[in-house]
Ligand binder design. Structure first.
Ligand code: SF4
Ligand code: SF4
Length: 383
């Protein structure tokens, strides 16, 4: 669907502004740029499938874990959140990225016709929230038009922002621009300490993130105004589960206010998903089996009711439809009621209500401990 000629910012190859912003002594590159076998979703699924987890709970089978815990087959309810992945282009190349995003992914960016198809599809759904993600969604040339169209429809808009993108010259006005439209900014910041954040996102990422948070604060974000909500997303820097969300929120609030004089409204904690670059890191560091065992042993049935695949549809940059962003990255499309592999241009929402969710071993990342979804923790930890 994408016609690269429609992408004026990127149609001649890598964007020099992004390359300059990303340059650093410890820069990671995408699996895609390195032609790594793991760049292929089938290879990632194969790595997880071939792990011997027979001694672990449920034999490593997610559908079994859900079923024997009394949750039946995982099925979707009505669509409340319409998530649009605007592309894999990003100004950063974080080590844990489940998208395998980076400055080299400039060809995988949603084009105007697909943006228009998303808007038409939105009008057919009951979704009240539009969740814009990427890559860095702000780098899509149609980002601002899409936000305006969604705001005009009275929808709650989330911008999943990596913070550092706000320092690029073309995005410097974005904090005020988003504030004027009441867009919730959901910002990823792995840790309130520089060393931990830079270890995951690259040297200099923390300093740039703090500068961006200061700009958001100056635009009215992070001070308790529901029309200018600033949400921080944190994730473990290592092979362990996300901590208890309320405790982390207190620590982050104190750490960021004392040392950097920046504030936020709420914090959500996510587990890292064992796919893409985090999967590569788990393999390279010898942590893969132990991490998967940890996820399995921490399976918490209390998280199943709130899994994001139950109320979300996720649209890829080329308009395909998935149960969630993780399935999108593994190229596991939704299976609507009529069995077709639907494109957003022909979305019939009635076919998606009650659909069985496509699951795999990666799903244990969503149900471990307090659980993990785009909205954060789902439950208290299992006993
Ligand atoms: S984790 Fe986010 S900011 Fe980092 S490379 Fe991936 S999409 Fe970009
Ligand atoms: S990975 Fe996706 S499909 Fe699997 S449990 Fe999580 S949200 Fe649901």
């Amino acid at each position: 669907m994408t016609d690269a000629r429609e992408l004026p910012l990127f149609d001649s190859g890598p964007d020099p502004e992004i390359s300059r912003a990303e340059a650093g002594p410890r820069r990671t590159t995408s699996l895609h740029a390195r032609h790594s076998p793991l760049a292929a979703p089938t290879a990632q699924i194969g790595v997880l499938r071939d792990l011997d987890l027979s001694a672990e709970p449920f034999g490593g089978d997610f559908a079994t874990a859900v079923r024997i815990n009394g949750c039946g087959e995982l099925r979707a309810d009505a669509i409340e959140i319409f998530q649009i992945n605007l592309g894999k282009l990003c100004n950063m190349t974080c080590r844990h990225c489940h998208v395998d995003a980076g400055p080299d992914r400039w060809a995988e960016v949603m084009d105007r016709s697909t943006v228009d198809a998303c808007l038409a599809a939105l009008d057919r759904t009951s979704a009240s929230t539009v969740d814009l993600t990427g890559g860095a969604p702000e780098l899509n040339p149609h980002f601002r038009d899409l936000v305006d169209e969604c705001v005009a429809r009275g929808l709650h808009v989330l911008d999943r922002c990596n913070l550092t993108v706000l320092l690029l010259p073309r995005c410097r006005d974005l904090p005020e621009w988003l504030a004027e439209r009441g867009v919730e900014v959901v910002c990823s910041l792995p840790h309130f300490r520089q060393r931990n954040t830079d270890a995951q996102r690259g040297e200099g990422a923390f300093t740039r993130s703090i500068e961006a948070l200061g700009r958001l604060n100056a635009a009215g974000y992070g001070h308790g105004d529901p029309g200018r909500r600033l949400t921080l997303v944190v994730n473990p820097v290592g092979a362990f589960l996300a901590g208890e969300q309320a405790t982390l929120e207190r620590e982050w609030r104190m750490g960021l206010a004392r040392a950097h004089d920046v504030t936020f409204d709420r914090l959500i904690a996510l587990n890292n998903m064992p796919i893409a670059r985090y999967l590569e890191w788990l393999e390279d560091s010898g942590n893969l089996e132990s991490y998967m065992g940890l996820l399995l042993r921490a399976f918490n049935p209390g998280t199943v009711h709130g899994l994001m695949c139950r109320n979300t549809l996720s649209v890829s940059w080329d308009g395909r439809i998935f149960d969630c962003d993780f399935n999108q990255m593994l190229d596991l499309p939704s299976r609507p009621g009529d069995g077709t592999r639907a494109h957003v241009s022909e979305l019939d929402p009635t076919l998606f209500v009650g659909r069985p969710v496509v699951v795999g071993r990666h799903c244990f990342g969503c149900t471990a401990g307090c659980g993990s979804s785009c909205g954060g923790a789902l439950d208290t930890p299992a006993e």
